[in-house]
Design a binder for this molecule. Structure first.
Ligand code: HEM
Length: 291
């Protein structure tokens, strides 16, 4: 009995592992095709990044309503903003996982490969079926699922238990760290700013949070989120203040990624890896100042 149980577990474990590996290879192969398509085609025109008939076309976003206490919200400003504009259910509940992918592609010009990859990971993390299940935005609050310490828009969970709301003063510090300027003189966050601020956040958490954890996976996921502030959102401080503090999409805004097939995993990695490798955080044993 014991042996047959053990063998069954090993068999199913191995099967899951192999299916996962094959799926990853197929998604990455498809992603490479989409990226090649992006390189061989012209970008979408300014003002036309969002397709005809989709919310946000021409910068016209559905009305914003701030969430009520009863609504379900996540630690992700991008998903919360979609609910705040009614692109996702305004109460943030019962969102079909498979249905979120197309909505992400339409709203932020994410590639279908990237949306599938992330949502499939999310479904596994939440022990749900990608194809058949729904989730609530607050399901993403699970600590060290995808949500992690040393974020740029939320203090660590040990200090700020409700990760669904942005830490206004932290976002102010992030935006105040911007050193760039665009041609019109608008303040812009640069990759160097994000590298510096991410380093400071990790060092600060390490020094002050006795429960601080940040695995390599979470570092990479965190840096992926961070780079969207420039790649998808465009880095303009005026826009980011609205997006990150109110979780609202500014009137007239459209995704800064204009490629035909959207932001691919490959395209994203071109910015994530340099950012992550640029972060020179303190390492080794640490002394925690409990304040
Ligand atoms: C599959 C869809 C997505 C999922 C499941 C997801 C999930 C998450 C989670 C759990 C966090 C919290 C991470 C932390 O603790 O810092 C987060 C943060 C974030 N996400 Fe998303 N996200 C998704 C799509 C997007 C998209 C499309 C964008 C950009 C348009 C985006 C931008 C961000 C940003 C800027 C943060 C804040 C990072 C920080 O505070 O350091 N996310 N996301």
């Amino acid at each position: 009995m014991f042996l047959s149980n053990a063998l069954r577990r090993i068999y199913f474990g191995l099967q899951d592992f192999l299916v996962g590996q094959v799926r990853t290879i197929l998604v990455l192969g498809f992603d490479a095709l989409l990226q090649t398509g992006n390189l061989l085609t012209f970008n979408r025109r300014f003002g036309y990044v969002i397709a005809e008939g989709k919310p946000g076309r021409g910068g016209l976003w559905p009305p914003f309503e701030a969430p009520t206490k009863a609504d379900s919200r996540s630690p992700c400003p991008a998903l919360n903003a979609m609910a705040n504009h009614g692109i996702l259910p305004r109460d943030g509940r019962g969102i079909p996982i498979a249905g979120l992918g197309p909505a992400l592609c339409d709203t932020y010009n994410f590639s279908s490969s990237f949306a599938y990859f992330t949502l499939n990971y999310m479904a596994e993390m939440l022990q749900k079926s990608y194809a058949y299940d729904t989730f609530d935005l607050s399901d993403l609050l699970v600590h060290n699922g995808i949500e992690h310490d040393a974020s740029l828009t939320r203090y660590d969970v040990s200090r700020q238990p409700d990760q669904a709301v942005p830490a206004q003063d932290l976002v102010d510090q992030l935006l105040a760290s911007a050193t760039g300027r665009d041609k019109q003189g608008n303040a812009m966050l640069t990759f160097a700013d994000l590298t510096r601020f991410s380093t400071e956040r990790r060092d600060h958490s390490r020094a002050t949070n006795g429960q601080y954890t940040l695995s390599t996976f979470h570092k990479l996921f965190g840096s992926s989120n961070t780079t969207t502030l420039i790649t998808i959102y465009g880095g303009r401080v005026d826009d980011l203040a609205v997006i990150l503090k109110e979780e609202r999409i500014p009137d007239g805004w459209e995704p800064r990624i204009r490629s035909r097939n959207g932001l691919t995993i490959m395209g994203m990695n071109a910015t994530v890896l340099p950012l992550e490798f640029g972060i020179k955080e303190r390492r080794g044993p640490r002394t925690v100042r409990l304040t």
